[in-house]
Design a protein around this ligand. Structure first.
Ligand SMILES: *Cc1c(COP(=O)(O)O)cnc(C)c1O
Length: 369
């Protein structure tokens, strides 16, 4: 017998419209000798050895609460980036701080804008706040400033821009970000999600630090999950104008960043060498992968991140789904991106040399059949 819905707790309007986030797979079929996880944009070099050591050292004092203000972590971030730690708010992954911004600035009926192939976490948090997700179309799989500005209404409260974006790997130059900001009403919050900023090697790119310092309505979010190789630790941060840092500090969990994460983050921030080696590795293999995949006749969206979006032929035998099955059976786990509006593409994280060469070799065989 089912109990009528009115007799049990029901979530507020909008919650049941949310489609839960589907993370990248991590398992291959039994019997595969070696698994290469290339589905979540993790660092193929792993975490900084200093961060690993720092986490080991925390193990002996797990009974103690962490510093709720994550002071040392904010200081380490501030020192590395030349920022005032008072304007930094740390979080349990940058997903958390993105959610807190939505929760704080979107009321039911308000609108939050993101782009056509934008990071899906924005939609989830906009809906969780009871607000309306508004999608701006892209041009050439790239955010389009005019299309975003056209979507602004009196109900718009937030614009989320991943720059570079995931899963496309495309970016818009700083001039375009400034043009977007200039076109927004001053009460609209512009969130610049710079999760992949460290990977970008372009003179016309800026993550957004200067804009946050100059305006009251811009926030930049960053993560330790990608270049720092600390996805499992869940550490993100936002650089904000003081009035926004104040808001976030009121609504965040009092101990939202755990003790191991704080120590790992401090050590990772200080390890410039590991970051530079990661950037070098990525530069080399991003270029190699883009060329080799193009040589196979596959279209690759031009990426400035640590991943590539690979488009497959329309025929059923060589579709993205077929390629995914073929690669998975050989231990190469890529990311399906149908939910991002790419039913016939796969996203591949730039991996180790072995993984990159292995995927290209496997796809060469796959396309021959
Ligand atoms: C991976 C990613 C994040 C970071 O997520 P965390 O919660 O910090 O692990 C944020 N934004 C984008 C666009 C991403 O791809």
């Amino acid at each position: 017998m089912t109990i009528p819905e009115t007799m049990r707790p029901t979530p507020k309007a909008g919650v049941l419209d949310i489609e839960a986030y589907v993370p990248g797979k991590s398992a291959a079929p039994a019997g595969v000798a070696k698994v290469h996880k290339l589905s979540s944009n993790e660092n193929p070099l792993g975490a900084s050895p200093a961060a690993i050591e720092a986490v080991r050292n925390v193990a002996g004092r797990l009974e103690f609460y962490p510093d709720g203000a994550a002071t040392r972590l904010r200081e380490a971030i501030g020192a590395a980036h030349g920022l005032n730690p008072a304007n930094i708010v740390c979080s349990n992954g940058s997903d958390e701080v993105i959610g807190l911004l939505a929760q704080a600035y979107l009321a039911p009926g308000d609108e939050g804008i993101f782009t056509e192939h934008g990071f899906l976490v924005y939609r989830i948090y906009i809906q969780a706040a009871g607000a309306v997700p508004v999608v701006a179309s892209e041009t050439n799989e790239t955010a389009d400033v005019d299309a975003i500005l056209e979507k602004v209404t009196p109900r718009t409260k937030i614009v989320f821009l991943a720059n570079p974006n995931n899963p496309t790997g495309t970016y818009i130059p700083f001039d375009e970000v400034k043009r977007l900001h200039a076109g927004l009403p001053k009460h609209v919050l512009l969130v610049l999600d710079a999760a992949y900023a460290e990977y970008v090697r372009r003179n016309d790119y800026e993550a957004g630090i200067e804009m946050v310092s100059s305006y009251e309505n811009v926030v930049m979010t960053r993560t330790f999950s990608k270049i720092h190789g600390l996805g499992g630790m869940r550490i993100g941060w936002a650089y904000c104008p003081p009035h926004i840092a104040d808001v976030l500090n009121r609504i965040r969990g009092p101990f939202n960043v755990n003790a191991a994460a704080i120590e790992a983050g401090v050590a990772a921030m200080r390890d410039r060498g590991h970051l530079e080696r990661t950037v070098e590795h990525n530069e080399r293999w991003l270029g190699w992968l883009s060329e080799e995949l193009a040589r196979l006749g596959l279209r690759v969206t031009p990426s400035v991140g640590n991943f590539v979006l690979i488009h497959f032929p329309e025929d059923r035998v060589h579709s993205a789904a077929a390629a995914d099955d073929y690669l998975t059976a050989r231990g190469f786990i890529l990311r399906r991106v149908a939910g991002y509006g790419f039913p016939n593409a796969l996203r591949m994280t730039v991996g180790t040399e072995e993984a990159n060469r292995g995927v290209v070799a496997a796809l060469t065989e796959f396309l021959k059949n």
